[in-house]
Write a protein that binds this ligand. Sequence first.
Ligand code: LIP
Length: 307
Amino acid sequence: MTVDSVSGAQGVNSREETPNLQEIHDFLIDLAFKAGETITSALPLINGVGSKKNSSDLVTEYDRAVEQMVSTALREKYPQYKFHGEETYNPAHPLTDDPTFIVDPIDGTVNFVHGFPNACISLGFAVSRTPVVGVVFNPFTQMLYSAMRGKGAYLNRTTKLPLKGANIEPLRGLGNALIGVEWGSDRSGKNWETKIRTFERLGKAREDGGAMVHSMRSMGSAALNLCAVASGTLDLYWEGGCWAWDVCAGWVILTEAGGIIVDGNPGNWDAKVDGRKYLAVRASPDGEGQKEIIEELWSHIQGKFEY
Ligand code: LIP
């Protein structure tokens, strides 16, 4: 099945069943609200906090419970599609071209554990590894972002993104940009060095060789960062180390809001949803300055991500 055969699809027009994106979108929104109730019911006391790869890579019993609820509901309604979720991921079964739900039950788990209200459920659907439906819901702020390929992106179902619409300012280079970045959970080796040395270059004064960006924000959720770029409240988001479930839903929301996403390493304009390194850029009138700001950011990357 190709991505083009699903865009805007509403029926069956080939031997394979064509995914009904509108129905999937609406079902994912219902699931996001259900998941939100479980997530907010956890506070103020979160039980069952454990770690995975290291002490900053956290998981809670709520991550597992939400993934269980979502995967059961999706498998029941859509047994023909695959499921790829953070808490049940098995490296022996990587993402394929088959239509697949790509789910992070709680994106921003560290925030969730600390009671910092920037966490969400991220529900995506991809065909041929191209994200085509995305739903991201922060139950603490009740902000719901959603998009479907070819149909635009919305906040709380009615406000079209980006928030400023046609009045969004053109991009005017890194020196005027607010950038999302993340520390992530890999704290040693080349990937860590690449991040830290690049952060320094992005922040540093121009006379010392830096980009002197307006500032950088590290808010702890890849999905919500992508939604902020889609909204136009962040100009860019640069990240290495996160996974398809962190970005799939936000990817559709961003691109439907006129933004673009490329590889987090310099030179590759064709980012992969499971490529683990990303650079997202907000909409700009007629795309003005998008290509230039991507090349400018790439020129400041120190080293290379090895994901
Ligand atoms: C986390 C993110 C965070 C990123 C981490 C991690 P989790 O997801 O969204 O922004 O830097 O690498 O993937 O673990 O909270 O679902």
